[in-house]
Design a protein around this ligand. Structure first.
Ligand code: HEC
Length: 243
């Protein structure tokens, strides 16, 4: 009798521990393989709208110890309590990939999502993905960037826009370049955007937008630059987005 009680107690503890650590473990798809690494294929660093699904799916790949893509491994996606995934647990397909759609929270800022897969010993191997939510101001900044700035600041051409970057004798930086952008204060950025490069002893190839853009639009551009910078911009003393 005592022995049965002991076993029941162990099973009971196992279930409780299992539920606490892996809420989806009991209900998710059953893996037929266990990986050694999980890597990003696509879908990181997107800019979404508050409470909306990210424009592109998240795709991660599980590899075995030899670095080969592994079908049949389970990937669980997790984020904060305000983040949802459809689906939250996926088996990797024949090319070792697991795809989901993430819907982020209402608060603008930076979201850290996790994709994890168990190894053969049951230990979770995790990958972190950063996604961004742009509020109204940052969305306005993103649109203004597309109209006025990206043709010089983005070296890549798109179907909509041929980049002017290669023609510039002095090279501007992309707004995601946090090492460069984070060194500029808000007033530096305001001066550069409003009065052009010479305002900060820089090249006149950086035009002045003081007559094209109003104050709110300049602020929107700064909010956008702060949102997308990597490494993240730390605004001292102010809670800026969420980790
Ligand atoms: C015609 C090309 C051009 C356009 C359009 C342009 N810039 Fe620039 N920008 C430059 C160049 C060139 C520099 C580098 C100046 C230097 O380092 O001397 C620069 C520098 C900057 C810098 C300083 C950081 C860096 O990249 O070196 C910021 C911030 C900036 N631009 C913001 C903007 C914003 C915001 C817009 C749109 C409103 C914009 N720029 C549009 C060419 C451009």
């Amino acid at each position: 009798m005592k022995r049965y009680a002991g076993i029941a107690l162990l099973i009971g503890l196992g279930v409780v521990a299992g539920c606490r650590r892996h809420p989806a473990a009991e209900t998710g798809p059953k893996p037929t393989a266990y990986g050694a690494a999980v890597v990003e294929s696509s879908g990181g660093k997107q800019v979404g709208e508050p409470g909306g699904a990210l424009p592109q799916p998240l795709v991660v790949q599980v590899n075995d110890a030899q670095g080969n893509a592994l079908p049949g491994a389970v990937v669980r996606f997790a984020g904060g309590s305000d983040v949802a995934f459809s689906p939250a647990a996926v088996l990797t397909d024949s090319s070792g990939q697991a795809t989901t759609t993430a819907t982020l929270g209402d608060t603008p800022g930076r979201y850290t999502l996790t994709a994890s897969t168990p190894d053969a010993a049951g230990k979770a191997i995790s990958l972190q993905l950063t996604e961004l939510v742009a509020g109204y101001q940052e969305q306005l900044g993103e649109r203004l960037n597309a109209v006025y700035c990206s043709r010089c600041h983005n070296a890549e051409s798109t179907p909509q826009q041929v980049s002017n970057y290669d023609n510039l004798d002095v090279k501007p930086h992309t707004f995601t370049d946090g090492d460069t952008m984070n060194k500029l204060s808000d007033s530096d950025l305001t001066a550069l955007i409003s009065h052009g490069g010479p305002a900060l002893n820089r090249s006149a190839l950086m035009p002045a937008y003081g007559t094209t853009l109003n104050k709110a639009e300049v602020q929107a551009l700064i909010a956008y630059i702060r949102l997308v910078s990597d490494p993240p911009f730390e605004r001292t003393g102010v809670h800026y987005g969420k980790q």
